[in-house]
Design a protein around this ligand. Structure first.
Ligand code: CTP
Ligand code: MG
Length: 231
C-alpha cells in the first residue's frame, strides 16, 4: 500500500504544568521562535506532508502565536481535557483526502525530516509506524516509600516518541474503540495495538526528546545554540 496524502496533526493543547511556566511550554521562546514553530517549520518544509491540523488550548486566544505564516495549516482546533481528547478533536478536522495521519507532540521541537521519511517508509505493509529507543539504563520498580521493590528486565523494552504515522482508517477505528471502552492513552500507537492493528518500530532519535521539565527546555536551547554556531 502506498503512502499518500499525509496530514500532520500537531498536539499543542496541553498546559505544560511540569515545566512550571505561566504560559504553555509550546508557546515559550525556544532559540528565537515559539517552540510550536519548530515542528511546524519542519512539516512546512517536508514535501511528503500536505496539510497540518493544530490543536491548541481552548480559551485565551490572545496568547496564541500567529500561525498564518505556516501555509500548510488547514485547521486550528480547540483541544480537549486530555491528549486523547485533543487528538479526537483534531481528527474530526482532517482534510477529506488525507489517507495517512502523522501525529506529533508540539513538545518535541527537535523532530527532523529524516525521521519522518523513515517512518513513512516503515508504514509499508502495516497500519502504523513509531519511533522508539531501546532502554539503556537499569530499570527498577520502586515502592511508594522509595525503596526498591524489584528489578525489571529491560530486554526488549523501548521508549516511544512521536511523530507516529498511521493509516487514517486504522487510527480512526482505534480511537473510536478506545472511546467506546472508556480507555485513555497518552500514546496513539497503544490504541492501535489494543485494537489488533500492526505497528512497526523504527529507531528513534535521542535528540527528539519531549520537553517535559525546565531542564529539557534548557537542553533544547543548548542544542539549537550549538547548531547555530556550527553553521
Ligand atoms: N496535549 C494536548 N492536549 C492535552 C494534553 C496534552 O494536545 N489535553 C499535548 C501537549 O501540548 C504536548 C503533548 O500532548 O505537546 C504531550 O503532552 P505533555 O508533554 O504531557 O504536555 P502537557 O500536558 O502540556 O504537560 P504537563 O503534563 O506537564 O502538564
Ligand atoms: Mg500532560
Amino acid at each position: 500500500m502506498q503512502v499518500t496524502n499525509v496530514t500532520a496533526v500537531v498536539l499543542a493543547a496541553g498546559s505544560g504544568r511540569r515545566v512550571g511556566s505561566d504560559i504553555p511550554k509550546q508557546f515559550l521562546d525556544l532559540g528565537g521562535k515559539p517552540m510550536i514553530f519548530r515542528c511546524l517549520d519542519v512539516f512546512e518544509a517536508c514535501p511528503m506532508v500536505q496539510a497540518v491540523v493544530v490543536a491548541l488550548p481552548a480559551g485565551d486566544e490572545s496568547r496564541r502565536p500567529d500561525l498564518s505564516g505556516h501555509t500548510k495549516v488547514t485547521s486550528v482546533v480547540a483541544g480537549g481535557q486530555t491528549r486523547q481528547a485533543s487528538l479526537g478533536k483534531a481528527l474530526s478536522h482532517l482534510p477529506r483526502s488525507a489517507g495517512t495521519v502523522l501525529v506529533h507532540d508540539a513538545a518535541r521541537p527537535l523532530v527532523d525530516q529524516p525521521l519522518i521519511l523513515s517512518l513513512l517508509a516503515a508504514l509499508d505493509g502495516c497500519d502504523g509506524a513509531i519511533p522508539a529507543i531501546p532502554l539503556e539504563d537499569t530499570v527498577k520498580r520502586v515502592a511508594e516509600d522509595r525503596t526498591v521493590e524489584s528489578e525489571v528486565d529491560r530486554e526488549g523494552i523501548w521508549r516511544v516518541q512521536t511523530p507516529q504515522v498511521f493509516r487514517r482508517a486504522a487510527l480512526e477505528d482505534s480511537l473510536a474503540k478506545a472511546v467506546e471502552s472508556g480507555l485513555e492513552s497518552t500514546d496513539c500507537s497503544q490504541m492501535l495495538t489494543r485494537a489488533g492493528y500492526t505497528v512497526r518500530v523504527v529507531e528513534g532519535d535521542p535528540l527528539n526528546f519531549k520537553v517535559t521539565r525546565a531542564a529539557d527546555l534548557w537542553l533544547a536551547e543548548q542544542i539549537l545554540l550549538s547548531r547555530r554556531e556550527e553553521e
